[in-house]
Design a binder for this molecule. Structure first.
Ligand SMILES: Cc1cc2nc3c(=O)[nH]c(=O)nc-3n(C[C@H](O)[C@H](O)[C@H](O)COP(=O)(O)O)c2cc1C
Length: 350
């Protein structure tokens, strides 16, 4: 029986080959941050209010000025065709059906234009790995805007890929026929993490954000912010939003759980830019905690992959539907009629 995200993870482990499952599930180093992302939610408790009229509950919100059916967005994850042959198309269609945003990874198997065509009506953001080939990046950004995407999510926590020991132990390699049209040149199949680090421009600094904002008319969201200092710099350099994220525990091991880093970022820039978070969200009640700590919305990475692996588009739809149902029930029991009514008083440390 598939009642929750954990059930989908268990079934995904059954259907995926062990190397691919390890790639999706794993983190870097000792996986301290990977585990802490989950445990941080366990360290918080909800504080419900009672005798509130909860006869009508709405899960909708706005993100970057656009309506979303719930404050749960689809995080960018690479190589979705490893989970299911329908890959990114299945995810984009499921997100559209759920009325929420899908963020397409640079490391996906189709171009932004192809994805937009395959999933009409989807609300799409594009996640950028910024390569040292500036001309290529400029053309990619132009194609993103041209294809009707609504935002660019610039991932800033990957000047080099974290060391993913599960992949090394399993000698995990990408299949030869996996297309990666959004990077210049090709990516080695066995050593792809190391090569990805070589594609990303490691000379980038805050000053380069100006080029990005001049080159691309879309709002820019910086993903991978873990400190108030960087959040302030992001706001000063014109970011429309930040994602408090440690890349799902896959980059620098030993950094704070995203939920623990969230309050300082909200305090620093919450009035000026939209603060999103991702990492470890597995339940509707996790969404409540993140919102109570000041997030506008959360993104989910692995839960989407598990749904995709188990049942393609239908599986992703189901995962998004069950998160929404858990969120609606959670709002009811918390005494909030909508995400907008959640405040800091609805959560406390354990
Ligand atoms: C298999 C996998 C691939 C990922 N690929 C990307 C990527 O291409 N770009 C990116 O910015 N983040 C990537 N991420 C990080 C996610 O966007 C997100 O930060 C993270 O998965 C959230 O944590 P969660 O999986 O616990 O929900 C990836 C994460 C996973 C698990």
């Amino acid at each position: 029986m598939l009642l929750n995200v954990g059930d989908y993870e268990r079934d995904a482990e059954r259907v995926l080959d062990p190397g691919a499952f390890g790639y999706f599930a794993g983190g870097s180093g000792d996986e301290l941050t990977l585990r802490d992302n989950i445990e941080a939610f366990e360290r918080r408790q909800l504080r419900p209010r009672v005798l509130v009229d909860v006869s009508e509950i709405a899960t909708g919100t706005t993100v970057l000025g656009r309506e979303a059916a719930m404050p749960v967005l689809v995080a960018p994850t690479a190589f979705q065709r490893l989970a299911h042959p329908d890959g990114e198309v299945a995810v984009a269609r499921a997100a559209a059906a759920a009325g929420t945003v899908m963020c397409q990874s640079t490391l996906s198997s189709m171009t932004p234009a192809e994805l937009a065509r395959a999933a009409p009506g989807a609300s799409l953001w594009f996640q950028l790995y910024w390569s040292s080939d500036r001309g290529f990046t400029a053309e990619l950004l132009a194609s993103v805007a041209e294809a009707g995407f609504e935002a660019v999510v610039f991932t800033v926590d990957l000047p080099a890929a974290g060391r993913r020991e599960r992949d090394l132990r399993a000698a995990f390699a990408l299949p030869d026929d996996l297309a990666l049209p959004n990077i210049p040149g090709s990516l080695g199949r066995r050593d792809f993490h190391a090569e990805l680090g070589q594609i990303v421009d490691t000379t980038l600094t805050w000053r380069d954000l100006e080029w990005l904002r001049e080159t691309c008319p879309l709002p820019v969201v910086l993903k991978g912010i873990l400190s108030s200092e960087d959040a302030l710099l992001a706001a000063e350099h014109g970011a429309a939003g930040v994602v408090v994220s440690n890349h799902g525990g896959r980059q620098l091991d030993g950094v704070a759980a995203s939920l623990d880093a969230l309050p300082e970022v909200v305090e620093a820039v919450g009035e000026r830019v939209e603060v999103l978070m991702d990492g470890g969200v597995r339940r509707g009640t996790d969404v409540l905690k993140a919102l109570a700590l000041g997030a506008r919305a959360v993104l989910v990475g692995r839960p989407i992959i598990w749904g995709l692996a188990v049942d393609g588009e239908a599986g992703v739809r189901e995962v998004l539907a069950l998160l929404r149902a858990e969120l609606a029930l959670g709002l009811t029991l918390l005494g909030c009629r909508s995400p907008a009514e959640i405040t800091g008083a609805h959560v406390k440390a354990k």
